[in-house]
Design a protein. Structure first.
Length: 141
């Protein structure tokens, strides 16, 4: 039996876990609001970040890569990419090595919006990190 199973959680640990969940919800609400204020859905923001993150490795992600990263079904990824393409945020193209695969890249407009949002998120994450360190520091071992 593990040490965690032997010892019940303390009241302070329950309080810390509740504060942790609250802080996560606040961060997610911040992120969703920031996207909406710039005319994006939260899903479009996540899509842009997923595509740009893959591009940073030198690779354009496929629809299946995007579905996996966003934890959504392939057809949902296709619909999300289609709507984002209609708004000029991403472009779709056939994979030169396998024409059956669709690769997705960000457009200049998509990168510009993502840059703005990412700067805001970086600032918020710095605040969030401090808060998380305080909360997680109260969890006993």
């Amino acid at each position: 039996m593990s040490a965690d199973a032997e010892h019940p959680l303390t009241d302070d640990e329950y309080r810390s876990l509740a504060e942790f969940r609250y802080a996560l919800r606040r961060f997610l609400a911040f992120s969703e609001d920031a996207a909406r204020q710039r005319g994006l859905t939260p899903s479009q923001h996540q899509l842009l970040l997923t595509v740009r993150g893959a591009e940073a490795t030198g690779l354009a992600p496929s629809l299946s890569d995007i579905a996996e990263q966003l934890h959504i079904r392939l057809h949902s990824a296709g619909e999300l990419v289609g709507r984002a393409a209609e708004h000029g945020l991403v472009e779709r193209r056939a994979d030169p090595s396998d024409a059956r695969r669709v690769l997705v890249t960000t457009t200049a407009a998509g990168r510009s919006l993502l840059e703005e949002l990412s700067r805001l998120h970086r600032r918020e994450l710095r605040r969030f990190r401090t808060e998380m360190n305080q909360i997680l520091g109260t969890i006993t071992e």
